[in-house]
Design a protein around this ligand. Structure first.
Ligand code: ASP
Length: 324
């Protein structure tokens, strides 16, 4: 009798969450962990999507910034959280793919996280403080070559998208400069505007508002085509560094073991947010592209993340990039 009760209790439990709790989900606010500083690209997209997700779920989705080590601290917090749908991880190509090839992580990016849906993708912009005496990309490369080791480039830490963008640029140009790590490209961009660092290879969504405001200068976009949101910025092909493409895709994950009914509710909230006209407009203005509906699914994000790990880990490991 006792063992029957135990197995009944177990049957009613889904990954540590009771079936009743899963059905009444969400009964309290949900935390979405941004693994970088406030004001940066991940933070911005989290804040754009959290409000409409909360409306669909009838609960507040609170954005929390847990920063450090190129996002590994924040992602680790979610990987270890209870799989009950109340702690989510928002991140992208570098936090959920590249970091696994660089850091000795205390979690497994595939085994410990449950994909919920892909949300957006954007390329990088090569940008500089206007005091840099280069009018175009070729002049920027010539200036860096004339001043080896003098200029500094801001990043969000070793392995972050902005660091990978800088490395890619350095490999293609044979230039020498210093890398300055920040807790996110939000603070790095502030230092770029202030002239404390000279340039960045930054996500378009982060830099575009400052480019439009004339605070920084954009030399090129790391994509095959120009951004609809900024058609005057040339592509790397046009500006003289052909093929220097990088695009940073975003997704949202829950801890592995989250019950399927909760995964489905969260995915439905993501899909509804991405269908919202105001959200689409805000993302488009920032140069973010929304993926097709099938990629917004847990399976779509899972397949993309796995394929990207298979593609990038050998490249990053061969490059021998070490955490600081
Ligand atoms: N992940 C971003 C980057 O390196 C940084 C941030 O979101 O602050 O581009």
């Amino acid at each position: 009798m006792r063992s029957l009760l135990v197995s009944l209790a177990l049957a009613a439990t889904l990954g540590g969450v009771t079936a009743a709790a899963a059905q009444s989900y969400p009964a309290r606010p949900i935390t979405m962990v941004v693994p970088f500083a406030a004001g940066g690209p991940v933070d911005t997209i989290a804040r754009i999507i959290a409000v409409p997700m909360g409306k669909t779920l009838n609960q507040t989705v609170v954005v929390e910034n847990t920063t450090g080590a190129a996002g590994t601290i924040g992602v680790g917090r979610v990987a270890r959280a209870a799989p009950d749908g109340y702690t989510l991880s928002i991140g992208h190509w570098s936090t959920h793919v590249i970091n696994g090839a660089i850091y000795p992580l205390q979690y497994d990016l595939l085994r410990d996280l449950e994909p919920l849906g892909m949300i957006a993708t954007n390329p990088l912009l090569i940008v500089a403080n206007p005091a840099v005496p280069a009018k175009d990309l070729k002049e920027l490369v010539a200036w860096l070559k004339a001043n080896p080791g003098k200029a500094s480039l801001g990043t969000a830490g070793v392995g972050s998208a902005s660091h990978m963008g800088g490395l890619n640029f350095q490999n293609a140009t044979g230039t020498e400069f210093q890398y300055i790590p920040y807790r996110g490209t939000g603070p790095a961009l502030q230092d770029l505007i202030g002239g404390h660092i000279q340039f960045m290879v930054d996500q378009a969504s982060n830099s575009l508002p400052q480019v439009r405001g004339g605070k920084i200068r954009a030399y090129a976009v790391t994509a095959k085509s120009r951004l609809a949101a900024a058609p005057d910025i040339p592509t790397v092909d046009e500006a003289g560094l052909p093929g220097l493409y990088i695009s940073v895709w975003y997704g949202i994950w829950a801890p592995r073991g989250t019950p399927r009914v909760i995964v489905d509710r969260l995915n439905a909230a993501i899909v509804a947010a991405l269908a919202d006209t105001a959200v689409r407009q805000k993302l488009a203005d920032l140069g973010q592209e929304i993926p097709p509906r099938e990629q917004q699914s847990p399976e779509g994000l899972g397949a993309l993340q796995k394929a990207e790990i298979e593609k990038w880990w050998p490249i990053v490991k061969a490059a021998g990039i070490k955490p600081e």
